[in-house]
Design a protein around this ligand. Structure first.
Ligand SMILES: Cc1cc2nc3c(=O)[nH]c(=O)nc-3n(C[C@H](O)[C@H](O)[C@H](O)COP(=O)(O)OP(=O)(O)OC[C@H]3O[C@@H](n4cnc5c(N)ncnc54)[C@H](O)[C@@H]3O)c2cc1C
Length: 398
């Protein structure tokens, strides 16, 4: 039986990423790289096959602070930057994009939304849990509302001090493990998107059920489930932000979340490149390493250039966000480009590995499957192009 090759050590990286990181960021990046290579990598294939993420690894991710990277220290988080969350997402994706998206949703969507929109009581109640032991999920999509996200039909009806929520959500990442759900529902259908509110719903609430788990092409160890709400009573104090402002909570968090997915796709592409370079140095044909043939070298050079271009876009968008500068167009570009090149680079990596690249004994086959989701979730590639084109059309420049 052939053995599954785990990603090679940091020292043997094909090229050191060129983008400048502060010393603190470098140390942070190294610690996650070590965790990903030593703890996650040995389990990637089995988790992918089983379609389940190991509970012990999830616990370790909490202990390492990966589930609360930019939650403030007063709430038990790491007090890091949004950029550091993206670095964590990138490093994990290099080894396992499924582990990466768990951390991505927790940090860039759930904790981020509570930090921004939560009142002091909500922050005190939910952020320490998210930082220490509770997985979060972000429930916007429904069967009939994907790209047209605000066409959602889940209803929240006011009943004294509570709202009663009924409806179904689809495709909810982390749902199998989550203890807290940010759930979007319409309070006033006549008001259209301005009738939406975001509710903090706890697992175990009466009438709330996590339904069918999807059997997916890629990121298989990340759970994606249906949610069924049948008269779930949620106290008024669990509204995140205001009634009618749910659309703002969604848009603003997704604008930032896109940078995270850009980071995930960037890490995936870097991982595929690393494997391709390593293999090209080792595999011999016609009496020499295939990496000595210019035809192979040019492919690798092309791949490396695309990865580095994606890195610049992703890091720039994250840094703009941390600096309080406009970043929405850059975020859309980062996600659009990184997900496009992730698919291309993973595909090329399979070709560099030849026949073995097409098998499950080497990790590039999985990275190729995992890459496909980048152009779909948190806004499809077309939706990113809509955002970019809108900015161009509205630009004051001729
Ligand atoms: C693995 C996975 C995890 C997910 N996780 C979550 C999650 O945690 N939370 C959550 O809320 N959702 C989640 N989603 C849902 C995801 O965000 C949606 O699948 C995505 O937004 C696309 O919606 P859709 O699938 O309904 O496709 P559709 O909107 O039906 O799109 C189908 C095609 O039509 C194109 N299209 C649609 N409208 C236009 C237009 N106006 N112009 C041009 N092209 C258009 C799209 O680009 C796409 O190519 C997840 C999905 C998957 C597969």
């Amino acid at each position: 039986m052939m053995t599954f090759i785990v990603p090679h050590a940091v020292e043997s990286l094909a090229i050191a990423p060129l983008t400048v990181l502060q010393e603190e960021e470098q140390l942070f990046q190294r610690s996650i790289r070590k965790f990903a290579q030593e703890r996650v990598a040995p389990h990637v294939r089995a988790m992918d096959e089983a379609g389940v993420f190991r509970k012990d690894l999830l616990k370790e991710m909490f202990e390492l602070g990966l589930m609360g990277v930019d939650i403030k220290e007063e709430y038990g988080g790491q007090g890091g930057s949004f950029f550091q969350s993206v670095l964590a997402i990138e490093e994990l994706a290099r080894v396992d994009p499924a582990a990466s998206v768990i951390v991505d949703v927790q940090n860039t969507l759930v904790a981020n939304a509570i930090e921004r929109w939560g009142n002091p009581d909500q922050k005190r109640k939910f952020l320490p849990r998210l930082a220490t032991d509770t997985v979060g999920a972000y429930a916007l999509s429904e069967a009939q509302s994907g790209s047209d996200a605000f066409a959602l039909t889940t209803r929240a009806v006011e009943d004294g001090s509570h709202f009663v929520i009924s409806g179904r959500k689809l495709w909810i990442t982390n749902a199998a493990e989550a203890g807290v759900f940010l759930l979007f529902a319409t309070v006033d259908p006549a008001a259209g998107y301005k009738g939406i509110a975001c509710f903090l719903v706890e697992r175990g609430a009466a009438g709330f059920q996590v339904g069918k788990k999807e059997d997916k092409l890629g990121i298989r160890a990340s759970s994606t489930c249906e949610l069924i709400m049948d008269g779930v009573r949620v106290p008024r104090e669990n509204i995140l932000g205001e009634i009618g402002k749910g659309y703002k909570v969604a848009i603003e968090t997704l604008n930032e979340g896109r940078i995270g997915i850009g980071g995930q796709m960037l890490g995936l592409a870097q991982g595929a490149l690393d494997h391709a370079v390593k293999y090209a140095k080792e595999r011999k044909q016609f009496g020499k390493a295939i990496g000595e043939f210019q035809g192979v070298q040019f492919e690798l050079a092309e791949m490396a250039t695309r990865v580095e271009a994606a890195r610049l876009l992703v890091y720039n968008a994250a840094r703009l966000r941390d600096a309080g500068q406009p970043f929405v167009t850059q975020a859309a570009m980062a996600k659009y480009y990184a997900s496009t090149i992730a698919e291309e680079v993973a595909s090329k990596a399979i070709e560099v590995l030849g026949g073995v690249g097409f098998t499950k004994d080497y990790p590039v086959e999985k990275l190729y499957r995992d890459s496909k989701i980048g152009r779909i979730y948190e806004g499809t590639s077309n939706m990113q192009r809509v955002v970019i084109a809108k900015a161009l059309m509205e630009s004051a420049r001729p």
